[in-house]
Design a binder for this molecule. Sequence first.
Ligand code: PMP
Length: 428
Amino acid sequence: MQASETSKTRELSGTAAVGGPPYRAPREEFPILSRPVNGRPLVWLDTAATAQKPRRVLDAMRSFSETRYANVHRGVHTLGYAATQAYEEARLRVAQFIGASGADEVIFVRGATEAINLVAASFGRSFISSGDEIIVTELEHHSNIVPWQLLRESTGAVLKVAPIADDGTLDLVQLEAMLGSRTRLVAVTHVSNVLGTVLPIATIARMAHAVGAHLLVDGCQAVPHRFVDVQAIGADFYAFSAHKMYGPTGIGVLWGRRELLAAMPPYQGGGEMIASVTFEQTTLKHPPHRFEAGTPPIIEANGLAAACDYLTDLGLARICGHEAALRAYALEGLATVPGLRVIGAGGNHEDGRAGIISFTMDGVHPHDVATVLDGSGIAIRAGHHCAQPLMQRLSVPATARVSFGLYNTTEDVDALVAGLGEVGEVFG
Ligand code: PMP
């Protein structure tokens, strides 16, 4: 690294606003980042799809597997107790991480997709009937659209879509006008996985609650990148996936308000979620175990808890500041690439954006952009990002997307901008 680049990174990452020493992207804690790809150092700019794993998370899962592994809530043997204790401690650490009022409000699921499906199947089928309304936004990922369409089909509920402005921000005036006495649920993303737009969740919560509706928030792209307190923002349900927050695949979280969870029927039946079973009758356990049928992701829960601790120790305000600075630096660089158009950015809202940028290049398909960059070891995502309705709204078939994580540096952005210059040369 050259001296000038070092100082640029320092300047960019200055954390004066949040205190503490200057932020230094901890690349060396992520073993995969030291492997070359196609003969070049790996530049991982696809954290919104999934985040790479720090040693601390990998070690937590290995150490648990090597010393305390057993099934949970079953065995009366020593390891059974040890594993159950670790699993329930992991739940408590997650609860503290998101500001839940207790560990019993944290349900371990497979990921955000399952969390939202759980709410649709359980809360939806119990409390949403024909003619009742569910409101989503044009920004949503398919996993916050399709479960509501399935619910619509089974109940006759009405699905409404709150529009966005051209700069990718939610139109709050129109949202408020759509809310009414039939609105049962507002289901919105916290941060757009395509544009990085950050939604004003506390305001949306107030609007939803004013008409007696509940608020579900898809927090996949928020939890790893900014401090989230589920109670302070006024959510009723909050869903996220561990793999996007530097934790393992196969586990995610549904947080729900205690009184709502207590009123909800199970989503799946099986072992673990029952107090007693006869062929005539089954008595259910209380939440969260009521919603965790079968052997849960035990090893992964330990990895998720380690990821929460890792993010807490690094400091989410500092991570957020670092990624916002990287976004601003990248926008400057991207502006120098001929024919490149950033999608849905700009306006007065740029300051609040998360570290996700979508763009197109004249005459080059986004898949070709990604393929040429891959040749230089640079990983970005191209496609519709599981947000086809948003692509239609933005009048693009697909975009190229870069997304930053806590390990990215200005050098990664410089490599991206140089790589995009090569894309321009390859495609004339
Ligand atoms: N919502 C958003 C905003 C996402 O970015 C994603 C993952 N791309 C999901 C939901 C779904 O997450 P998962 O596939 O981990 O269930």
